[in-house]
Design a protein around this ligand. Structure first.
Ligand SMILES: Cc1cc2nc3c(=O)[nH]c(=O)nc-3n(C[C@H](O)[C@H](O)[C@H](O)COP(=O)(O)OP(=O)(O)OC[C@H]3O[C@@H](n4cnc5c(N)ncnc54)[C@H](O)[C@@H]3O)c2cc1C
Length: 566
C-alpha cells in the first residue's frame, strides 16, 4: 500500500523547504517532502567555495542547446546551467545575494491579471521569513523584519576595491542605498543570506528546524518520475518516485501535490505527467491530460563575463598567494572571517536606471573583487573555452577585478521541451538569449556605464584601468566599439542563473498561463506549482528572495483554502 499524506511537496529547494516548514506547522496535516539530492554538507556552506559544487553530484549539470546568438565562446557553444540537487536546492550552490526586486516589477504582475501579487500584497511575504541582522537597515520596519528564520547579513570580509566601487557610486552621481527598501537605484555592499560567515540555505533556515516535527516526513535521494493524475476527473492524487535510483514506489496525497522542483524540473515533471503542449507530448509519446503552454516563457538574467579591470596595488582578492590561502583557511575555521566568507567573490551591487528615470532599473552591476579568469576551475565552471582563456591567463597574477552588467528585464524568451519520455533524460533547454535587439542595446549601455566608473576618484587612487586585451573572436571590431561589445556579449555570455517563468502564472484570459494566481495548474484539481517557474515576468532581483516570497504566499493560500474547506 502506498503511504498517504495530506500534502506531497516535490523538491526540497528554496521554495520547497520553506513550504514544508510552513505546512507542517499545522499539526493535523501530514506532509511529505521528496528531494532528488542528498544532505547538505559543511564545505558547501563556505561562501567563497560556491563554484566548487558545480563539480559534484549536488549539481544537476544542465547545459543549454547550442545556438547562434549567445554563449559562442563557451565549450560546445552551450551555456552551463547548474542547479542544486541537494536538500536546500539551488540555495546550496548560489552566491547568497539577497535582493527582492522593484515595486514596479510586482505591480506589473498585478496589472497583467495576477491578482494578489502587487508589491503591497507581496511585501509582507518577503518580510515574514527575513531576519535582518544589518543594524542600520534593521531599524527600517517598513521594509525589514528581524523576526524570520532567514539571516541577512553583510559578509564579514570585503576587499578594498569593493569599498572603492561603493564609493565610486556617489562620485558618479548615484546614491548609496538599501536596495531592498523604497528605492532601488544606487550602490551598496551586499545583503547576503549568511549566518556567522556561513551560507544560510533554505535547508538550514527552514527545513532543519522543522524536521523534528512528527508530521513532516523527508525522503531524499528520491527522484519523482511522475505525478499521478486521474485522467477522468483530472485530479492529482499522488506521485511516483524512485529511491536511490532503484526502488520504485508511490505516495498518495489526500489534499494536494505541490511541485517545487524549480524552473527546469517542474515543467519537465508536468510534461512527463501529461500536462503540456499537446503536439509536443504526442510527439514524445506521453498521453495528453491537459494542453497547456508548459516550458515556454523561459527568462534569465545575463551579462558579459569578461569585463575586467586592473588596479596598481593589492586591493583585490588574489588566488595566487598559496601561503596566504592557508592562513585564510585557518582564519575561517577559527573565526568564520576572512576571504573565505566572500560569497563566491561577489561583494557589492548597483542598480542603474539607464533609459527613462522611472525608478525601475534596466541594469544591475555586480561587483567581484576578482575575475572568472583568475582561477582556471572557475573559468571551466562557467564553461569558457581553453583557447579563449589565453589572453586572460595573466589576470591570475594581477590585481584584477570584474564588473558584470546584468540585463534585468530581457525581452528575449526561451523555452524547454522533453527530449523523450524517460524521466531521467535531461530536458532540451533553448535559452534564446539576445534575440531581441533591445536586449543587446541595453547591455552595451550597461557595459559603458560600468567603464565610466573608472574615472571616479575612488578608482583612480588605485590606478584602475580597463583590461583592453581584445577577445580573440572579436578582434575584427575596434576595441570598445558597440560592435565589439555586442560580439563579446554573444561570445562570453554569463548567466547569473535566474532561469524562471516556465510554468507561467496568469489569469484565465492569458492563453500562455500554466497556473492561475492561486498557483493551481489550470484544468487540474489538487495540483499546484510553487517555485520560480511561476514567475510571469522576471523581476529586477536575484531569485531566491522571490522564491521564498512565492512559497510563503502559497503556504498562506493553501492554509486558508483547506482550513476553510475542513
Ligand atoms: C550558481 C548559481 C548562483 C546563484 N546565485 C544567486 C544569488 O546569489 N542570489 C539569488 O537570489 N539567487 C541566486 N541564484 C538563483 C537561485 O538560487 C534560484 O533561482 C532559486 O534557488 C530557485 O528556487 P526554486 O525553489 O525555484 O528551485 P531550486 O532551489 O532549484 O529547488 C528545486 C529542488 O527540486 C529538486 N528536484 C528537482 N526535480 C526533482 C524531482 N524530479 N524529484 C525530486 N526532487 C526534484 C531539486 O533537486 C532541488 O532541490 C543562483 C543560482 C545558481 C545556479
Amino acid at each position: 500500500q502506498p503511504e498517504e499524506y495530506d500534502f506531497i511537496i516535490v523538491g526540497g529547494g528554496a521554495a520547497g523547504c520553506l513550504l514544508a516548514d510552513r505546512l507542517s506547522e499545522v499539526s493535523e496535516w501530514n506532509v511529505l517532502l521528496i528531494e532528488a539530492g542528498g544532505e547538505e554538507n559543511f564545505l558547501q556552506d563556505i561562501p567563497a567555495l560556491a563554484s566548487l559544487s558545480y563539480y559534484t553530484p549536488a549539481n544537476w549539470g544542465y547545459k543549454t542547446e547550442k545556438s547562434s546568438t549567445a554563449c559562442l565562446g563557451l565549450i560546445d557553444g552551450r551555456c552551463n546551467w547548474p542547479r542544486g540537487k541537494v536538500l536546500g536546492g539551488t540555495t546550496v550552490l548560489n552566491y547568497m545575494v539577497y535582493t527582492r526586486g522593484n515595486r514596479k516589477d510586482y505591480d506589473g504582475w498585478k496589472t497583467q491579471g495576477c491578482e494578489g501579487w502587487g508589491y503591497d500584497d507581496v511585501l509582507p511575504y518577503f518580510l515574514r521569513s527575513e531576519n535582518m541582522r544589518i543594524p542600520t537597515l534593521a531599524n527600517d520596519k517598513k521594509y525589514h523584519s528581524t523576526e524570520g528564520e532567514l539571516f541577512i547579513t553583510r559578509p564579514p570580509y570585503h576587499t578594498q576595491i569593493a569599498s572603492d566601487f561603493v564609493e565610486a557610486g556617489p562620485q558618479a552621481g548615484y546614491k548609496d542605498i538599501d536596495y531592498n527598501a523604497a528605492t532601488q537605484i544606487g550602490f551598496s555592499f551586499l545583503q547576503a543570506t549568511m549566518k556567522n560567515g556561513e551560507r544560510m540555505s533554505s535547508n538550514r533556515a527552514f527545513l532543519k528546524p522543522a524536521r523534528q516535527r512528527k508530521n513532516l516526513h523527508v525522503v531524499n535521494r528520491s527522484l519523482v518520475t511522475k505525478i499521478l493524475i486521474d485522467p477522468q476527473n483530472k485530479t492529482a492524487y499522488g506521485v511516483e518516485y524512485k529511491y536511490l535510483g532503484i526502488f520504485k514506489t508511490e505516495a498518495v496525497a489526500r489534499k494536494e501535490v505541490i511541485l517545487s522542483a524549480g524552473a527546469i524540473n517542474s515543467p519537465q515533471l508536468l510534461m512527463l505527467s501529461g500536462i503540456g503542449p499537446k503536439e509536443h507530448l504526442q510527439k514524445v509519446g506521453v498521453p495528453v491530460i491537459q494542453d497547456l503552454r508548459v516550458g515556454f516563457n523561459l527568462q534569465d538574467h545575463i551579462s558579459l563575463g569578461t569585463l575586467f579591470f586592473t588596479a596598481n596595488s593589492s586591493v583585490t582578492a588574489r588566488f595566487d598567494n598559496i601561503p596566504g590561502d592557508a592562513v585564510s583557511l585557518l582564519q575561517y575555521l577559527f573565526t568564520r572571517n576572512g576571504t573565505l566568507t566572500m560569497p563566491g567573490a561577489i561583494e557589492a551591487l548597483a542598480f542603474l536606471d539607464i533609459d527613462d528615470s522611472d525608478g525601475l532599473p534596466e541594469i544591475e552591476l555586480i561587483f567581484a573583487g576578482t575575475t572568472v579568469a583568475s582561477l582556471l576551475p572557475v573559468w571551466f565552471a562557467w564553461g569558457g573555452k581553453l583557447e579563449i582563456y589565453a589572453p586572460y591567463m595573466s589576470l591570475a597574477i594581477q590585481n584584477a577585478f570584474s564588473i558584470f552588467p546584468i540585463l534585468l528585464h530581457p525581452k528575449s524568451r526561451g523555452w524547454l521541451t522533453l527530449k523523450d519520455k524517460n524521466p531521467e533524460t535531461k530536458p532540451l533547454l533553448y535559452h534564446n538569449y539576445l534575440t531581441e535587439k533591445q536586449d543587446v542595446e541595453i547591455l552595451v549601455k550597461g557595459i559603458k556605464r560600468a567603464i565610466q566608473l573608472i574615472d571616479t576618484e575612488a578608482f583612480q587612487r588605485h590606478g584602475v584601468k580597463l583590461y583592453t586585451v581584445p577577445l580573440p573572436p572579436c578582434k575584427s571590431h575596434e576595441f570598445g566599439s558597440d560592435a565589439y561589445w555586442e560580439c563579446s556579449i554573444r561570445y562570453m555570455t554569463f548567466t547569473v542563473w535566474h532561469q524562471c517563468g516556465t510554468c507561467k502564472m496568469g489569469p484565465d484570459s492569458d492563453p500562455d498561463a500554466v497556473v492561475d494566481p492561486q498557483l493551481k495548474v489550470r484544468g487540474i484539481r489538487h495540483l499546484r506549482v510553487v517555485d520560480t517557474s511561476i514567475i510571469p515576468v522576471i523581476p529586477a532581483a536575484h531569485l531566491t528572495a522571490p522564491a521564498y516570497m512565492i512559497a510563503e504566499k502559497a503556504a498562506d493560500m493553501i492554509k486558508q483554502e483547506w482550513k476553510a474547506n475542513a
